[in-house]
Each structure stands twice: as structure tokens, then as C-alpha cells.
Design a protein around this ligand. Structure first.
Ligand code: Z5A
Length: 219
């Protein structure tokens, strides 16, 4: 571990932050969050670990439906279910944790909607992107302070994810879908470079986690 990585967070940095992780399939978000949480534990920082879709009991019920390969719904229905889940997740989990001064570590958030529904499903159709922007404006009162976008070649992410077994409703999509999704994350990053940090997700899990911790320590 490098010296920069072992440095602890300053008192100011220990104030509650909303941190989200984004990326295409199998980039290593779960693994990176595991490692970040271990470091926050070691630093004595209180946090809530959560995910989307899901994170609250009601939103987890919607997650089950959204990921079920047997679920047959329109793109608009999918979008509205994602926002119904997000609305409940914010009200029940994210906003209360931030109000308590705790960190929130969230696996996926609004950028996933722009990338998956806006670019993956809708090929960056401006009408759909406008719907998403309006839903965010109306139903997302708290946005992440910091977003780590883990960027990895699509084929490598699919190879990593493929080792896990049965694919869910999103994982059954083809390469061109995930290429558009990555284009969506590129666009999100370009639109909000002050919030979104691109993390090179190649290399070992420890190397990726070190990159994230170095970035977090510098905020
Ligand atoms: N979705 C959406 O469409 N719209 C939205 O608004 C939201 C979500 C919020 C569920 O997400 C689906 O919801 C998602 C988009 C959609 N579908 N897709 N695809 P999810 O986050 O639960 O599912 P996921 O993206 O498929 O995550 P994942 O596959 O679990 O990937 P991950 O968490 O990024 O990766 P991981 O589990 O940490 O690692 C995958 C494997 O690689 C695992 O065996 C690791 O041990 C291994 N790994 C991890 N890091 C490394 C490194 N550095 N080297 C080698 N191997 C590694």
C-alpha cells in the first residue's frame, strides 16, 4: 500500500458524504465498495452502504421485478419503476443517513439511469433524456458529492461478470447495448467532471481500490 493510500481522511473529510459508484457490467463496483467500506471501518467513519435499484425494503421488491428475466415491460415502465424505487430509497435511507451526518456509499445512482435507459435503451434519444432530466429534477433532492465511474473495456467486464453464473434481465443484453451504456457514462463524466471521477478499473482489485482511496483522500 502506498503512503498516499495509508493517509487518513482529514476531520473535514470525515463529514458525511454521498458517494456513488457507476460503470458497466462487471467492472468491479461491488469489490471496490467492499474495500472502501473496510477502509472507512478502519478509519472509524460511520456510513450506510446501499445500492440501486434497491436499498430500502420496498425498492428491493422492485429490484427483484426489474432484474427478473421473466419481467416483460416497456422502456417507460422500466424508467418509472426505477424512479419509484429511487424515491423510496432516498426517503427511507439516503436522506436520513445524510441528515445524521453519515456517509452514504451507493452502488449505482442517477448516472446509471442516464447511461442504461437514456443511452442503452433509447440510443440517446433527446425525448427520453429530457424525461430522465425532469424525473431527476423533480424526485432527486440529493445528488452524490462524489461519483466514481469505474471504466473497463466492455468485453473484460462481461468476462469478469460471466464467471458468476445466470444472467439477469440487464446482463442478457448484447455487446452493442453495453457499448452505448459506456458512451452514456462518458457523456455523464463530460457533463459533470467536478462530481464524476473516472477510475481506470483494469489491474488488480487492490490497485483499483488504491486509486479510489487516493482520489477520496484528495477531495
Ligand atoms: N440499472 C439500470 O438499468 N438503471 C438504473 O438507474 C440503475 C440500475 C440504478 C443491476 O445493477 C442492474 O440495474 C444493472 C443496471 C441496472 N445491470 N447491469 N448490467 P448491479 O450493479 O446490481 O449489477 P451489475 O452492474 O451487473 O454489477 P455487477 O455485475 O455485480 O458488477 P460489479 O459490482 O461492478 O462487479 P464485482 O461483482 O465487484 O466484480 C465482478 C467479478 O469480477 C467478481 O467475480 C469479482 O471478484 C471480479 N473482480 C472485481 N474486481 C476485479 C479486478 N480488479 N480484477 C479481476 N477481477 C475482478
Amino acid at each position: 500500500m502506498t503512503a498516499a493510500v495509508t493517509q487518513s481522511l482529514s476531520t473535514d473529510q470525515q463529514q458525511g458524504r454521498f458517494v456513488s459508484f457507476e460503470g458497466t457490467e462487471g467492472v468491479g463496483k461491488t469489490t471496490a465498495i467492499n474495500n472502501l467500506c473496510a477502509r472507512l471501518d478502519a478509519a472509524g467513519i460511520r456510513y450506510v452502504r446501499t445500492r440501486e435499484p434497491g436499498g430500502s425494503p420496498f425498492a428491493e421488491t422492485l429490484r427483484t421485478l426489474l432484474l427478473d428475466p421473466k419481467t416483460d415491460i416497456t422502456d417507460d415502465t422500466e424508467l418509472l419503476l426505477l424512479f419509484a424505487a429511487r424515491c423510496d430509497h432516498i426517503a427511507q435511507v439516503i436522506a436520513p443517513a445524510l441528515a445524521r451526518g453519515e456517509w452514504v456509499i451507493c452502488d449505482r445512482f442517477i448516472d446509471s439511469t442516464i447511461a442504461y435507459q437514456g443511452y442503452g435503451r433509447a440510443h440517446n434519444d433527446p425525448v427520453v433524456q429530457d424525461k430522465i432530466a425532469q424525473l431527476i429534477a423533480q424526485f432527486v433532492p440529493c445528488q452524490p458529492d462524489i461519483t466514481f465511474w469505474l471504466d473497463l473495456p466492455i468485453a473484460e467486464g462481461m468476462r469478469r461478470a460471466g464467471k458468476r453464473g445466470a444472467a439477469d434481465r440487464f446482463e442478457q443484453e448484447a455487446m452493442d447495448f453495453f457499448t452505448r451504456v459506456r458512451d452514456g457514462f462518458v457523456a455523464c463524466h463530460a457533463a459533470a467532471p467536478e462530481r464524476i471521477t473516472r477510475i481506470d478499473a483494469t489491474g488488480s482489485a487492490e490497485a483499483v481500490s488504491d486509486r479510489i482511496w487516493q482520489q477520496l483522500s484528495s477531495y
